[in-house]
Ligand binder design. Structure first.
Ligand SMILES: CC(C)(COP(=O)(O)OP(=O)(O)OC[C@H]1O[C@@H](n2cnc3c(N)ncnc32)[C@H](O)[C@@H]1OP(=O)(O)O)[C@@H](O)C(=O)NCCC(=O)NCCS
Length: 382
């Protein structure tokens, strides 16, 4: 029997360890992120999103044969049920994409006969389906809202290639697909962040994986979590040109306003996900005629370096993913969906981990209201 210890109040749970994971390790002080012990920078430079998902779910890098078999399984799940297409066509075109995504993930469960089967094998199959189908969900919703015909996925393409094909109606260049693939690798998992925690809370009740991922999408949607890269683009658009950066930043810093894309609750050193993305963002921006955005970003970073780096405030992954997504032609309100498209893999992996030796996650609240209050009949209330 567990020994009872006095509960402690930890607002925001910042100092509480609430789960064990073998997937990602973060050392915020040193600026380290590893997936299954492998440095994120090394994965971003050498791996693919599919291989990274395999790594997170199997805790080892695949052999060529294992990766081929895994990709074949994923590709068999790319298509959506026809009923999902019909459902998406009913959505109001003004629906914000994250609302649409939350609803679409939830709706997918109705077309999965294994939705309520919580065996490890069934959950692995559901994880595959969720990761494989999410690109089509987002792309189809975007085409629906723009009044464009749906584009089917091609079974011989990667997730990144297919997403851009289904979104834009044309095959992306290798460089564009690689840029998206790198962003997907960098966002795949990140410890017990808010949306991952939410997914684990849901699956720990022995609910189902679709419910857990729906919970996670709803949690990611908040501007304190997934929405910062969209805010970075709004800021760059507001500034407009590089000659206006210095005055804009001086005003912001003087008013002590936050600069979006800088700082992180966990990282007090350079966000290791931003290191490679920075060089990549430059290349993608140059290839797509958006070098001015990259140059503005660099100037902002130089100013911030002098102003706040001493406080442990550095660019985070959102700062350079913003210009990368923009350069790929994505609408700003799709940026958080890109995060979900990738983080699906972490969420699903955490659900599977949680169910090994599961325990209901049920913290306590510190009641700060009154006691002994009499029940007053309605007629006597004022
Ligand atoms: C992410 C964030 C919430 C982390 O907050 P935090 O860990 O509580 O950081 P702190 O409040 O300890 O920051 C320390 C100091 O740096 C300043 N600071 C933090 N982030 C800053 C930013 N983005 N721009 C300017 N100053 C910033 C704080 O105002 C504080 O200054 P002070 O010591 O003079 O009061 C915060 O940095 C932020 O809101 N960033 C912008 C949003 C963003 O990009 N979010 C994406 C995260 S992946």
């Amino acid at each position: 029997m567990a020994t009872a210890t006095a509960p402690t109040f930890d607002k925001g749970l910042a100092n509480t360890v609430a789960a064990e994971t073998q997937m990602s390790f973060i050392d915020g002080g040193k600026g380290v992120l590893e997936y299954v012990g492998i440095d994120i920078d090394s994965l971003a430079r050498n791996s693919t999103f599919e291989e990274t998902v395999y790594l997170l779910w199997n805790l080892k890098l695949p052999t060529r044969a294992e990766l081929d078999a895994f990709c074949t399984e994923l590709r068999a799940e790319y298509m959506l049920p026809a009923e999902m297409d019909a459902l998406i066509r009913q959505f109001p075109r003004s629906t914000p994409p994250m609302h649409a995504l939350r609803t679409m993930i939830s709706a997918l469960s109705m077309f999965d006969r294994e939705a309520d089967v919580n065996t490890p094998e069934a959950n692995r199959r559901k994880a595959l389906r969720i990761v494989a189908k999410t690109p089509a969900l987002i792309a189809r919703f975007d085409r629906h809202r723009k009044g464009k015909p749906f584009v089917d996925p091609q079974p011989d393409l990667t997730i990144a290639q297919n997403f851009l094909l289904m979104l834009n109606g044309e095959l992306p260049t290798d460089a564009m697909a690689k840029a998206l693939d790198v962003c997907l690798i960098l966002h795949a998992d990140h410890g017990l962040n808010a949306s991952t925690f939410a997914a684990r809370v849901t699956i720990a009740t022995l609910s189902d994986m679709y419910s857990a991922i729906t919970t996670a999408v709803g949690t990611l949607k908040g501007p304190l979590h997934g929405g910062a890269n969209e805010e970075v683009m709004h800021m760059l658009n507001e500034i407009g040109t590089i000659d206006k950066v210095d005055a804009y930043m001086a005003g912001k810093l003087e008013r002590k306003e936050l600069i979006m894309g800088f700082g992180h609750r966990v990282y007090k050193a350079y966000d290791p996900r931003a290191t490679y993305l920075k060089t990549f963002a430059k290349q993608v921006a140059a290839d797509t005629g958006n070098l001015n955005l990259y140059e503005m970003s660099r100037r902002i970073e130089e100013i911030m370096d002098k102003a706040v780096a001493a406080k442990g405030i550095f660019p985070n992954v959102d700062f350079y993913s913003a210009t990368t997504y923009y350069s790929l032609g994505l609408d700003l309100d799709l940026f958080t969906c890109m995060f979900a498209l990738s983080r699906n893999s972490g969420w699903c992996g955490h659900c599977i981990e949680q169910l090994k030796g599961n325990r209901l996650i049920r913290p306590m609240a510190d009641y700060i209201g009154p006691h002994g209050v009499p029940y007053v009949p309605m007629a006597e209330r004022r």
